[in-house]
Structures are given as C-alpha cells and as structure tokens.
Design a protein around this ligand. Structure first.
Ligand code: SAM
Length: 225
C-alpha cells in the first residue's frame, strides 16, 4: 500500500486571504488536518468554505500526537500540519513531527506561503543578501548574550518579539547597539494597523513611549547597518 504524505502548509499571518490556491486545495483534500489550535484553524477553514477533520497538535502535545499522525501516514492517509499563523517550524511547532516522519521514511511536502520573517524583510529596505534569524530571544537566561550577538553581527539580524516586551527590548538595544545600527519594527503585518517603523533604538523608543498604540500587536525586529 502507498504511504500517505505529510503536507506542511503555511497559513496567513493576519489577512485571511494570504493563503495559496494549492494550500486551500490540499487542506480540503487530506484525511486529517493537524493544527496548533483548532479554533484558529477552524476560523480560517470556515472563511474559505473548507470542511476538514481537525486534530489539535501544539508544542505541549506534539510528542504524544505524533504516533497518531504516523499511524495515519503508514495507513496511506495524507495529512496536513498547520500552525496558528505563518510557516510551521519557524518559531512554531511542527519540527518534531517532520523529523519523525522523515525518520520513518515518510514523504514530507512543503506548501509554502506567508511567514512574518520573509514578509518583514521584503519591505524593510535593508540588506537581505545575508541575514541571521534568531527566532525569539531568550527571556531571561542567555538574553544578554543574545543581545551581544545582535550587536556584534555584521549582517542583518532578524528576530521575533512579543508586544509585552517591545519597550524593554528597545531600551536594551539602545544600550547594546546604540546609534550604530538601524532598527526596523514591522508591526501587525497584513493587518489593519500594519506599519513599519525605522530609526535608531533611541528614536523608536521615543516614538513608542509617546504613542502607546504603537506598542501593541505582533512585531518582527530587524537590526541592520
Ligand atoms: N511561524 C510564524 C511565521 O512563519 O511567521 C511565526 C510564529 S511565532 C510563534 C509568532 C511571532 O511571529 C510573533 O510574536 C511575532 O513576532 C511574529 N509575527 C507573526 N505574525 C506577525 C505579523 N502579522 N506582524 C508582525 N509580526 C508577526
């Protein structure tokens, strides 16, 4: 019997229209859609008129749900994995599922699409021929070391930051990179309040402190020359 395929499908990072035709077809054809949160994916599928059998698989449960996923694949069923937003595995669950499928000689197929990482880089207007992506910086242990790395790297550095820590981060960047580097904040990409702010850490800190609205939402941070 032919084995099934695991499709790793990218989903929108805000605007529900940012999904490929192929992704919609695959989502509607597979046996089971494993997703980080069935409510989030349910909303996306409903928006596109797709009915699917969903199974929740998040960072906490990934290990325990892998067995079911592998069983389905071994039994010839095609399945999908989607995270809440963007490309699975990029600071998101999905990595362990993919490596388990590969260890078991099962086919893994990418259905590419949105990622906050590439979306931010594509509109920042900074050097992108070479860049380092750091995911989320550590919150406590290792944070100072990571910030030193950000300051010392010659190429563009990109990382994700949550809304709660954006002011703290800008204060830290002011200390670590000073006036030497340009900081880009790509906020709420593809959403209503999307904006890209650029300047030194000190300038951006001033802007955000004087306008709390700008501190809200999801951020990609880019530090460049
Ligand atoms: N896998 C996702 C991707 O491919 O972009 C990233 C998931 S990670 C858990 C979530 C982080 O991505 C957020 O905290 C934020 O830093 C960034 N992010 C996601 N959506 C975003 C958006 N619309 N605008 C800016 N940043 C976003």
């Amino acid at each position: 019997m032919n084995k099934g395929k695991l499709y790793i499908v990218a989903t929108p990072i805000g605007n529900l229209e940012d999904i490929t035709l192929r992704a919609l077809r695959v989502l509607s054809e597979v046996d089971t859609v494993f997703c980080e949160d069935t409510r989030v994916t349910g909303k996306l599928l409903h928006h596109h008129g797709i009915k699917a059998n969903m199974v929740s698989m998040n960072a906490r449960t990934e290990e325990q749900k892998i067995e079911l996923a592998l069983e389905l694949l071994q039994g010839g069923k095609d399945i999908v994995y989607v995270s809440d937003a963007g490309t699975p595995g990029i600071s998101d669950p999905g990595v362990r599922l993919v490596s388990s499928a590969k260890e078991n000689d099962l086919g893994v197929v990418a259905v590419p699409g949105a990622s906050a990482l590439t979306a931010a880089l594509s509109i920042a207007g900074v050097p992108t021929n070479k860049f380092t992506f750091l995911g989320f910086l550590p919150q406590k242990k290792g944070r100072q070391t990571a910030l030193k790395e950000v300051a010392s790297l010659k190429q563009t550095v990109v990382f994700y930051e949550s809304t709660h820590r954006i002011l703290k981060l800008l204060k830290e960047l002011e200390g670590f990179v000073g006036e030497d580097k340009k900081v880009t904040l790509a906020r709420e990409l593809t959403k209503v309040y999307e904006e890209v702010l650029q300047g030194t850490a000190k300038e951006l800190l001033k802007q955000l402190e004087s306008n709390p609205q700008k501190q809200k939402g999801e951020f990609v941070v880019i530090v460049s020359s």
